[in-house]
Design a protein around this ligand. Structure first.
Ligand code: THG
Length: 263
């Protein structure tokens, strides 16, 4: 599966501080550490409180690309900030994200087509997040249809069925698993699926345990990608073991080591 490193996000205090102080080294260290730990892509989010979100996005993208070749997921709901980030990407970017709201959806797909970006589609619209898996996939279908209309291939769409903190809404974890499973029949080739994994444990006491348990459950339903913490070794081990048991890698006794070496 695709590991999208989540650590360069203005939601985090250390990143907020680095942005304010234009501390490029701090951002570079976060990029390098995530790359070394096995991330295949890095999420870039300026955070909710940025004074100059466009300039900050450009600075983050440039800073990260000065130390790693990993592709970037530009994480913002603001399409102007989005385009500023996409424009700077040296490698195929990911647009994170659009909702199913029609006007926004079309503008986001135009951008994706222009920059040849893959796209995360959140299963929510002007009415909010549907309560069940069917409602989520109705929106997912609209997102895939909009993509195809603009010439964005269906397998470059990553549907995000929006996992929420389990201490706020405990039934959502099961609903999201069902949505991941169902999503595969929406198009041929099927869209991919992604989760913002850490959301599931926000505000709880056992965050790493909940994160890795849920990742394994979601992988068993066919999850393709997760925005997650690649520096959490137990989480990465759980992912590798789950993929082994799903027959995605060939078994050897030292499978953790072999996977990490790219074997
Ligand atoms: N879907 C998509 N994109 C997303 C999300 C999603 N991007 C943002 C987020 N959700 C995924 N990334 C994070 C990053 C951090 C945390 C959760 C998800 C997190 N942060 C600590 C907290 O809130 O407790 C910050 C505290 C600190 O300063 O350390 O948990 O769902 N497409």
């Amino acid at each position: 599966m695709l590991v999208i490193g989540e650590l360069i996000n203005g939601m985090y205090k250390n990143v907020r501080k680095a942005i304010k102080a234009k501390d490029a080294d701090a951002i570079k260290r976060l990029a390098e550490a995530q790359a070394k730990a096995g991330a295949g892509m890095l999420d870039v989010n300026v955070g909710p409180a940025s004074a100059d979100p466009k300039g900050t996005m450009e600075w983050l993208v440039d800073t990260i690309q000065s130390v790693t070749d990993l592709p970037l997921a530009i994480d913002t709901p603001n399409l102007e900030v989005m385009e500023a980030g996409l424009k700077r990407c040296k490698r195929k970017p990911m647009l994170n994200s659009t909702t199913g709201q029609q006007d926004k959806l079309e503008a986001a797909m135009d951008l994706a087509a222009k920059y040849k970006a893959s796209v995360i589609g959140l299963t929510m619209d002007e009415k909010g997040i549907p309560r069940d898996a069917d409602g989520r996939n109705e929106i997912a279908l609209r997102i895939v249809a909009a993509a195809m209309e603009k010439g964005v291939p269906s397998d470059e769409i990553y549907i995000d069925p929006l996992i929420l903190p389990c201490n706020v809404t405990q039934q959502t974890a099961g609903i999201v698993l069902e949505a991941i499973r169902q999503c595969k029949v929406l198009a041929d080739p099927p869209p991919k699926t992604v989760l913002g994994l850490s959301n599931v444990s926000q505000g709880t006491q056992e965050r790493p345990l909940l994160n890795r348990t849920y990742l394994v459950m979601a992988l068993a339903q066919g999850l393709d990608a997760a925005i997650m913490d690649p520096l959490d070794d137990a989480l990465m081990d759980a992912m590798i073991a789950a993929e082994l048991l799903l027959n995605k890698h060939i078994y050897c006794d030292s499978f953790l080591k072999a996977y990490r070496k790219g074997g």
